[in-house]
Unconditional design. Structure first.
Length: 134
């Protein structure tokens, strides 16, 4: 998707099926990358085994090994997520695992806001942090 003549995101899928009668779209092995408008480098990636949406709106349900990652290789993983275009929010309503180079955490659910690139994790949260190597 281009915004102001700049590539902002790119989506790939292994398969895509459109039901012309209902407008329902089902894609498998989905990968979406967002690009930084200044550096033009990928600054985030979202993958899932399956994505379901409708042609007349951009709200999408993602299922199966849903993983959100950033350029620092931090990840948030869950089995189901729901993207709402109206507020550019990705909701992960079930247990979510968050990991980085020196930490791992598990939260009850999480919400990722694309506009601010903030991940909010709902309690209870269990976390393990290890000292970084120098």
């Amino acid at each position: 998707i281009f915004e102001n003549d700049q590539l902002r995101s790119r989506a790939l899928a292994a398969t895509l099926r459109l039901d012309r009668k209902t407008g329902r779209i089902v894609a498998s092995k989905v990968e979406v990358e967002r690009f930084d408008p200044m550096t033009k480098e990928a600054n985030g990636r979202l993958t899932a085994e399956k994505a379901t949406g409708y042609a007349d709106r951009r709200d999408v349900t993602l299922e199966g090994k849903v993983e959100l990652s950033d350029r620092e290789a931090r990840t948030a993983s869950t089995e189901r997520a729901e993207y709402t275009e109206k507020d550019t929010t990705l909701r992960m309503p079930a247990e979510v695992r968050i990991a980085g180079d020196n930490f791992e955490a598990i939260g009850a659910s999480a919400t990722y806001r694309l506009d601010s690139q903030k991940l909010e994790v709902a309690p209870p949260i269990r976390a393990v942090v290890t000292e970084r190597e120098r």
